[in-house]
Ligand binder design. Structure first.
Ligand code: PMP
Length: 290
């Protein structure tokens, strides 16, 4: 990684610093996106920008440039770092304020964009699948902090991730306040049963994943019926196949949940079909970096 875009300037890694008075740090007051580049193109940039600006609008955070300008900065950051395949982190914070939490004390939002090589899950995880537990930490209630906001406040997910680590599992399912499956700590959840694809609806209290959207499109295009429906973890146990989706993880099989093998305990045929379709999709579209 050579340079980071910090408030419109391209600075070296050592110069890319934010203030200890930034409310992004003091209070998790800010929003972000994780984005991928594949083969010299940024995948679904417009959708990521839309979600970023929606999250910002919800928390009344004024991003100091237009979505188009922000998108250009993202592409330029990739270009300057020679990124062909990589992971981009775009962060907007409330900016510098005083020690109180009042966002009105922060004059100007701050933003930065990091474009780096991606730390991929090993290929083995895609071939063998993940072992997952159900976490006891419930996903944030939408009435308290809507998981649809991609905010800098990830402690809810981190508490769940700590449970995953302590259980020596690969990932964790999070239930919503009603005890229904919402999402994983950083990914959306899908179950295949009798050839249909099921995933919790947005009303389950989830982040509306861009990979989730892409997989729903791909499944429908392949003639697979997609049902957005509430379900319990019991439904997951009895799925024929399960997988997770996310920008970093892409489409990744889950082969065990709470020590119950899913299907025959190996990644299933529909999951493999969707992994292939997703890999073909990311190789075929995107905003060119040059
Ligand atoms: N849920 C959560 C909580 C996430 O943080 C993410 C992003 N890592 C996702 C789902 C997946 O969203 P996307 O496909 O847009 O990366």
């Amino acid at each position: 990684m050579k340079v980071i875009c910090l408030d419109g300037e391209y600075v070296g890694r050592d110069q890319a610093k934010v203030s200890v008075f930034d409310h992004g740090l003091l209070y998790g007051d800010g929003v972000f996106e994780g984005i991928r580049a594949y083969g010299g193109r940024v995948f679904r940039l417009d959708q990521h920008l839309r979600r970023l600006y929606d999250s910002a609008r919800t928390i009344m955070l004024q991003i100091p440039l237009t979505p188009d300008e922000f998108g250009q900065r993202i592409v330029e950051t990739c270009r300057r770092n020679g990124i062909q395949d990589g992971y981009i982190r775009a962060v907007v914070t409330r900016g510098v304020g005083d020690l109180g939490l009042d966002p009105r004390k922060c004059d100007k939002a701050s933003y930065f964009i990091i474009a780096d090589a991606i730390q991929l899950y090993p290929e083995r995880c895609y071939e063998e699948g993940l072992k997952v537990i159900t976490c006891s930490t419930r996903r944030n209630a939408p009435t308290a902090l809507d998981p649809a906001i991609k905010s800098l406040n990830y402690l809810n997910n981190i508490l769940a991730k700590i449970e995953v680590n302590r259980a020596k599992a690969d990932e964790g399912l999070m239930l919503n306040q009603a005890g229904l499956v919402s999402e994983a700590t950083g990914d959306n959840v899908f179950v295949i049963r009798d050839g249909k694809l099921y995933t919790p609806p947005l009303a389950a209290g989830i982040l509306c994943g861009i990979t989730r959207d892409a997989v729903i499109e791909l499944a429908r295009a392949a003639g697979i019926e997609v049902v957005e429906q509430f379900f319990t973890v019991q439904f997951v146990y009895n799925g024929d196949e399960c997988f997770l989706t996310g920008t970093a993880a892409e489409v990744i099989p889950m082969v065990e949940v709470d020590q119950r093998p899913i299907g025959d305990g190996r990644p299933g045929a529909v999951t493999k079909q969707l992994i292939d379709a997703f890999r073909a999709l990311v190789a075929s579209e995107g905003t060119p970096i040059k």
